[in-house]
Ligand binder design. Structure first.
Ligand code: LLP
Length: 426
């Protein structure tokens, strides 16, 4: 397995045959750069891994919802996993057919459910009795039949960051399969004239590197699905969610072979249509956030590299203590090698101590204006950006087939101010 970002013979970091320093110079920093070739290759690898079980793949838009990325994946045959009315619009605008869209999430409003039904959505994953009632009401008012799967909670705890672990019963996600709760709700929805029972869904968390929790959750889901079928209920689909972890240390593309083999082992000949919702594993290592050094500053016992990207552009280090490798765009400048200047924190200009992109990293000698790449930023990067400190979030470009395409330019402050009004004060 390879990385989408490699060094050329002169030591310059490149993607898809283009030099990142040139891209930064042309489009400015901070800037998200995606490898369209890498995204396409990783999607194909995932699709191939689940092809033996005839899986339907719905890319989880929350990981990266740039229209250009969605359209690229839609062109490869991917559907979309969405979690809001906004993502519904994005999926449709990027050309994802409505019947290849799955709507997840615990808090869909009546308006969002209505919009999904009007679009002809493929599947709504309901997460509570109250939501099933709401879907039924909205469908009845339109005199349509809503395709509804039930997201269940099988109480499997993956080994991942607490804030992105969804599998335990203590979380807000899914309807518990214990004490007949999910079974009686499924029976109820199956008997509702405005609902077509679409099956069951599970998603136990994100950035999961150990396959064992998947095996336990999927086995529990299969057993539950079979039990419902045994009770005479239609359960066409099992949606296995996303969650496959990636290598943030090296940025190497994910190998889906073992995951595919696991799924085949558990579900071969089970007679269920399977669905998948990968997000991070398709895009994370195909993106980097380019930034430039503004100042260098010596602290008490380490140095600070102050750059023009910040927590408003990439929140993951601040929010999850997430590790992102930081690489110089150019060749290392010192003869002594990468550790030449001792540990450094790479920090942004935002006025918070938690505003860092990386801590205690060994970096080569740097000067003001030097370019850096914060790696593995293709998932949950741009989508989680904000304009905190009135910093317009970074723009996004994608390199595909040897050309660099602007997906979204960085907004300017005038555009941000134009969204606001000042009340007439007496
Ligand atoms: N399906 C459902 C229902 C989900 O909730 C998620 C992610 C996915 C699929 C996609 O999971 P993936 O394959 O990307 O792991 N902001 C966090 C990650 C939050 C994930 C939320 N749900 C981060 O930056 O690590």
């Amino acid at each position: 397995m390879t990385s989408s970002f490699t060094r050329d013979d002169s030591g310059r970091l490149t993607v898809g045959g283009l030099v990142l320093e040139d891209i930064a110079a042309a489009h400015g920093t901070p800037l998200y750069v995606y490898s369209g070739d890498g995204i396409r290759a990783d999607y194909r690898n995932f699709a191939a891994a689940v092809a033996p079980v005839n899986g339907k793949v719905h890319f989880a838009l929350k990981a990266n919802s740039a229209l250009g990325v969605i359209a690229l994946l839609a062109g490869e045959g991917a559907g979309a996993d969405i979690v809001s009315g906004g993502e519904l619009h994005r999926a449709r605008a990027a050309g994802v057919p409505a019947d290849m869209i799955v709507f997840s999430g615990v808090g869909k409003t009546a308006e969002e459910i209505g919009a999904a039904l009007d679009a002809g959505i493929g599947q709504i994953n309901a997460e509570s009795a109250a939501e099933v009632e709401a879907i039924s009401r909205v469908a009845a008012a339109r005199d349509v039949v809503a395709p509804v799967a039930l997201r269940v909670n099988v109480d499997v705890a993956p080994d991942t960051h607490a804030k992105i672990s969804t599998g335990q019963r203590s979380t807000k996600f899914g309807v518990s399969t214990a004490q007949n709760e999910a079974a009686s709700l499924y029976r109820r929805l199956a008997g509702d004239p405005h609902i077509r029972p679409a099956g069951l869904a599970v998603h136990i968390g994100s950035q999961i590197l150990d396959l064992d929790p998947f095996a336990r959750a999927y086995t529990a889901l299969l057993d539950f699905g079979n039990a419902l079928r045994g009770g005479g209920l239609p359960v066409p689909t099992l949606d296995l969610g996303g969650g496959i972890g990636v290598d943030y240390e090296t940025g190497t593309a994910t190998d889906f072979t073992a995951y595919g083999a696991l799924v085949s082992r558990i579900f071969a000949d089970s007679g269920f249509q399977l669905g998948f919702e990968p997000g991070r594993s398709i895009v994370a290592n195909n993106g980097a956030l380019l930034t430039r050094v503004i100042y260098l500053k010596d602290g008490d016992n380490k140095r600070f590299v102050i750059v023009d990207a910040a927590m408003n552009d990439l929140l993951r280090p601040t929010l999850y203590e997430a590790h992102h490798a930081v690489l110089p765009l150019g060749p290392a400048k010192t003869a002594e090698g990468p550790a030449a200047e001792g540990p450094a924190d790479i920090v942004g200009p935002v006025c918070e101590t938690g505003d860092y992109l990386a801590q205690d990293r060994m970096l080569p000698a740097l000067a003001e204006g030097d370019g850096l790449a914060v790696m593995s930023a293709g998932a949950y990067g741009a989508v989680m950006a904000s304009s905190y400190n009135s910093r317009p979030p970074a723009g996004e470009v994608m390199v595909l087939d040897g050309a660099c395409h602007v997906l979204r330019r960085q907004r300017d402050i005038a555009e941000l101010l134009a969204e606001e009004t000042i009340p007439v004060l007496s």
